[in-house]
Structures are given as C-alpha cells and as structure tokens.
Write a protein that binds this ligand. Structure first.
Ligand code: KIV
Ligand code: ZN
Length: 512
C-alpha cells in the first residue's frame, strides 16, 4: 500500500461554512494560490449550485490553478452536477465531488427517501459525473452513523458507477478514534472493489477529535484526508490541515506515511486565512498558535538553551515561523518594500503597490519597526479591502476620566458625505454608534476582539468585530496603531462586507 497521503483542502468550501467567515472572490483566489504554494493535492473551491458567488469562485479558482486539482461539491442530483461541471470545466485537473447521506436518520428524516432510493441516487449521480470527468469523488454523508452493511453496499455501487475516491465523513464529529479506525478497516475488508478507489476521510471536530480520528483512519488505510487551514469549518470546524500534516511529518517513525506539503508555507497560510475570515487563531492552538513555540517555564528555557530537542519536537522554522521577521523601518525605500512584498508572495499591481507603500510609510512614521505580519495586515486592510460602499473619511473622539466619551465620524457613502456624532460608554462604543448613525444601518455588534499584531507598546492593534443584521452574521477587521481607529475600520469593513453580500445576493446555501 502506498505511503502517500493525499491532502484535500476544503477551507474554501467547508471552512467558509464557519459562521461569518464568507470570503469574496479575490479573497478566495488569494487563499487558493497560497494553498497551491503549500502544495496541497486537491482544493475544494466551493459548492457551485449554492449561489452565483460560489459558482464564480469555483470557476475563477479552476481557471487560475495550473498544478492543483480543483474540486466542486454537488449533491447527488443532475442539476447540481451539471452546474459543478460548468464551473470546473476549465480546470487543468477538475474533480466532481458528489454526496448523499447514508445514515438512517438522514435518509428517513432529512431526505425522506428509502435506502434503495438513496443507493440508486448515488449510482446515478456518480455515473452522470463520470460522463464529464474520470475524476469523481463520492461522499457518504454521516457515514460514521450509518449502518455498516448498507454503507458498504453504497460504496461498492459508487465504485462500480465510476467513483475513484470514496470519502467517509464523520459529518457530526461523533466518532471516537479506535472506532473510526475500525470503520475504515471494515470498509476495506468488506467492500470487494475497494482497491479500485482511494479511501478518504473528512472529520468534524464537535468532540475535539477531528485530527485524532483522521490519523486513526490513516493508520487503518485511508489515503486521503480532508481538512482545513486553522481547522475552520461548520460548527466546531474540520480537522486542521497543519495538525495532520505536522503529526504525519513529526511522527513518521510511528505512522510511516508522508504528504507532499511544503510545511514552511503553513504559518503564512494560517495568517492569510485568519486575516481574511476574521477568525482568530487561539494562542494555544497546536502548530500555528502564538504560543505554540513559546517556552515559559524556567526549567524548559534552561533545557532549550542546552539542547532544543529537550522541549521542541519540531522547529518553528519547519512551519514557516522565523526567529525574527523584522524587515523594514521608516528609512526603507520603495525597492526594499517591493522586494519584501515579493518574498511574502503578496501579488500587487503597480497601483496597489503604490497604495501599500504610502500606507507602509505612514505606519513606519508611527512605529519604529515594521514586521511581516504588519505588512500583511496593512495590505489586507487597506489594499485588498472590498470596493467600499462605506468609506471612513475621519474619526475624532474624546474620552478620559470625568468626560462622557463622544465621537464624530465623517463617512462617504455612495459618493455623498455623511457626518454623525454620538456619545457612548467608552470611545469605541461612541465611534461605532456614530458610524451606525452615519451609515443608517441597524447592525448589532455580537463580539469585539482586539489583539496586538506584533509585540511592543507601538504594536499595530488588530480589531475583529462580528456583527449581525437581518439574520446575516459578518466578521470585519481593521488595523491601526490606534485601537479606536482600528475599531472604526473593523466596523466599516463589516458593513462593506454586508453591502457586498446584499449586492451579490450570496443567499443561503442548500442544507448539507
Ligand atoms: O461533513 C460532511 O459530511 C461534508 C460532506 C459534504 C463531505 O462536508
Ligand atoms: Zn463537512
């Protein structure tokens, strides 16, 4: 059996199903390009029938990538499959991924079909997809809660119909590692034609076992793992790509398998996805958390100084975290700045480069040293921001002991200037209220997080807000050395995403 594990990344599809995490077209292309640099084998770019936005994103990613396989998700229906193929047809390596649920509860309650009807729908779907491309993946949704004999029958039929990859999802994150490993082993034993397909797994993290279940499946013979950057995804998320890949690399002695991932690109991919989606990475998150390589205890520091391997099972460099990412200061010129952009794979055209350079100069005036993370955040905030309906022209506020915090904002909305003032419990509250008034939006603030992008008292503040309006949850981000200004930017960014969503009518995804 091959020792090669295929890494199937679904950040752009399942990852995007995280509440508030929707990405626009440009953002998806940027993530896709970084995933290609990471050297993932397959990128699931979206669910083309779900919305115009998803269709366009899959099509654009399919056109842009030349090396990586691009998959589009579709239910087991001709209409879904036709639409997926339309989006994928220009891909160098297209894959149609069709699915239907096989557990009793989904078959009876959700699909309201008989088991025979579901098996027949699976066969028809795979045949229809196989008429477009030989690269067809079939998923038996909620496989881990399905009757094993029925599941094996459906898998056998799907392979006979032309599926080259069979995916076993633990859709609701219910499985326990030894049990899930056994499920994979049983499928390998009981499905007579299983050798004609790659066996894949797709584990959700509801019990915090997504990665453990995926690794148990690999030990039992699965050869494709579906995962997302930072483990984002529906509900508690999916198995995290970086944890799976680094476990496989670090414990090769025990697992005996390998991936083709360029692990040095992991940290950058993690930051990019976090910057774009606004979903922060918890500090103690394995591999990519801010504390993942921080040694606090004296005994540990002593050990590290004597011999790193005393407390370090992998190096920060191996996942792309450098000792010092200090790059530029206020005396750095255009040439050095451009070179750094190239090194960071930040693809900007001439106009964007000029804009980024001006923002960098403004930042370098306030902050002695500018780090890679500052540059990435600044570009996400000021260069790659959406075509803005709401432009924040100026923010003024006053607060302190003995004064009622107040703020005035000037915005440009659809080309017209709108100025508003408000009082608040604090300067941030006052500023957000003033923006809400000026923009005439009802958006409710659900959560507010502020973090320092790099160290030091002059660090850039990164603010993430989650807002809700008319049933839509949106995450916005803003950066500035002044956290009140960063808050205003984050709130405005969220309003622009909301406006963008209304414009493209992303709509609700069909339920999975
Ligand atoms: O979790 C799940 O079952 C899925 C399938 C569509 C693969 O995302
Ligand atoms: Zn899923």
């Amino acid at each position: 059996m091959s020792d090669r594990i295929i890494i199937f990344d679904t950040t752009l599809r399942d990852g995007e199903q995280s509440p508030g995490a929707s990405m626009n077209l440009d953002e998806k292309i940027r993530v896709a390009k970084q995933l290609e640099r990471l050297n993932v084998d397959v990128i699931e770019a979206g669910f083309p029938i779900a919305s115009e936005g998803d269709f366009e994103a899959v099509q654009a990613v399919a056109r842009v990538l030349r090396k990586t396989e691009v998959a589009g998700l579709c239910r087991a229906s001709r209409k879904d499959i036709d639409r997926a193929w339309e989006a994928l047809r220009e891909a160098k390596k297209p894959r149609i991924h069709t699915f239907i649920a096989t557990s009793d509860i989904h078959v009876k309650m959700k699909l309201q079909k008989t088991h025979d009807q579901v098996r027949e729908a699976a066969i028809q779907a795979v045949r229809h997809a196989a008429a477009y491309t030989p690269n067809v993946e079939f998923s038996a949704e909620d496989a881990s809660r399905s009757d094993i004999s029925y599941l094996c029958e459906v898998i056998q039929a799907a392979i006979e119909a032309g599926a080259g990859t069979i995916n076993i999802p633990d859709t609701v994150g219910y499985a326990i590692p030894d049990e899930f490993g056994e499920l994979i082993a049983t499928i390998r034993e009981r499905v007579p034609n299983i050798d004609q397909a790659v066996l894949s797994v797709h584990c959700h993290n509801d019990l915090g076992l997504g990665v453990a279940n995926s690794l148990a499946a690999v030990q039992a013979g699965a050869r494709q793992v579906e995962c997302t950057i930072n483990g984002i995804g529906e509900r508690a998320g999916n198995a995290s790509l970086e944890e799976i890949v680094m476990a496989i690399r670090t414990r090769h002695d025990h697992l005996g398998v390998q991936t083709h991932i360029r692990t040095e690109e992991i940290a950058r991919a993690s930051r990019l996805v976090s910057n774009i989606t606004g979903i922060l990475v918890q500090p103690n998150k394995a591999i990519v958390g801010a504390n993942a390589f921080a040694h606090e205890a004296g005994i540990h520091q002593d050990g590290m100084l004597k011999e790193k391997t005393t407390y370090e099972i992998m190096t920060p460099e191996s996942v792309g975290i450098k000792d010092s990412t200090l790059v530029l200061g206020k005396h750095s010129g255009r040439h050095a700045f451009k070179k750094r952009l190239e090194e960071l794979h930040l693809d900007l055209d001439e106009e964007q480069t000029e804009k980024a350079f001006s923002s960098f100069k403004r930042l370098a005036d306030k902050k002695k040293t500018v780090f890679d993370e500052d540059i990435e955040a600044l570009i996400a905030d000021e260069v790659w921001s959406l075509p803005d309906r709401y432009k924040l022209r100026s923010v003024n506020f006053s607060s302190g002991t003995g004064v009622v915090p107040s703020a005035t904002v000037e915005m440009e909305i659809d080309g017209k200037t709108s100025t508003s003032a408000a009082f608040g419990d604090g300067p941030v509250d006052a500023v957000l209220k003033a923006i809400r008034k000026a923009s005439k939006r009802k958006a409710r603030l659900l959560s507010f997080t502020v973090s320092a992008i790099t160290g030091g008292t002059d660090a850039m503040g990164g603010v993430t807000v989650k807002i809700r309006e008319d049933g839509h949850t949106i995450i916005g981000q803003g950066t500035s050395p002044d956290i009140v200004v960063a808050s205003a930017r984050a709130f405005t960014n969220a309003l622009n995403k909301l406006a963008c969503r209304e414009q493209t009518e992303l709509g609700e995804k069909p339920s999975l």
